[in-house]
Design a protein around this ligand. Structure first.
Ligand code: PEP
Length: 237
């Protein structure tokens, strides 16, 4: 399974290095079978000598190799650190940073052409959720506009906006309902994200179509993140 941590705007360069080293040591000692991802801030990217099953990824990029885009980070800067995994479509970028679906699709095509792993995030806000599952699914399908769902290195993360950073995870029934509807049409790994923590990760990983998690807040403590990897190793999937 894929167990991913999204640092968002947290951790310094030194703190990230210490975190990555601690997770590397844990994975080696526990002989973990999980594919672990750590989406670090740009300023902390480096070559960490990752294991095959631990990759440090980028939370964002501007869809250019290089050029005159003041303040942006292109692929030349990611390639310096051999970044092989990127997040696209995270709700904080869609809603707070106002990225449009057209721009998200442009970023997706750019990353796809570079053949990196794409963790593509989708999720509905609370006002859609209250309208019921049909409204939720139409909202989610619209987030696939312009997205090649057949791309080899695509991983999809379903993250309801109202569950992100709120401490309120979606119910297991709701996760199951959405993931199985996605599974009926998509053949890529499906992750759940939204207030995943040590206390609920096991039951979430038992949801049939769930192949991993994307964790924000609860992953920022390295012991808690190691514990989540340990629990994933004990879920027989
Ligand atoms: C996220 O940022 O993708 C996320 C799921 O955050 P949290 O775990 O804090 O809800």
């Amino acid at each position: 399974m894929i167990i991913a941590s999204n640092f968002k705007t947290n951790y310094t360069r030194a703190g990230t290095k210490a975190f990555v080293q601690a997770i590397q040591a844990y994975i080696a000692q526990a002989k973990s079978r999980q594919q672990v991802r750590i989406f670090a801030p740009f300023t902390a990217l480096d070559r960490f000598g990752e294991h095959d099953n631990l990759k440090v990824g980028a939370q964002n990029f501007y869809p250019v190799q290089s050029g005159s885009y003041t303040g942006e980070i292109g692929f030349q800067q990611l390639e310096e650190f051999r970044i092989e995994s990127v997040l696209i479509g995270h709700s904080e970028r869609r809603h707070l940073l106002k990225e449009s679906q057209a721009f998200i699709a442009q970023k997706y095509d750019f990353a796809k052409a570079r053949e990196v792993e794409i963790v593509y995030c989708i999720g509905e806000p609370a006002e859609i959720r209250v309208q019921g599952i049909d409204a939720v699914m139409s909202y989610l399908w619209e987030q696939f506009e312009g997205i090649d769902v057949h791309y080899d290195r695509l991983v999809i993360a379903y993250e309801p906006v109202w569950a992100i950073g709120t401490g309120l995870s979606a119910s297991l029934d709701d996760i199951d309902d959405v993931l199985s509807r996605l599974r009926a049409k998509l053949s890529k790994p499906l992750l759940y994200g939204g207030s995943v923590k040590v206390d609920n990760i096991e039951s979430i990983l038992h949801v049939k179509a769930c192949e991993g998690v994307l964790v924000g807040t609860a992953s920022w403590n390295e012991n808690a993140f190691c514990e989540m990897i340990r629990i994933a190793d004990h879920v027989n999937k």
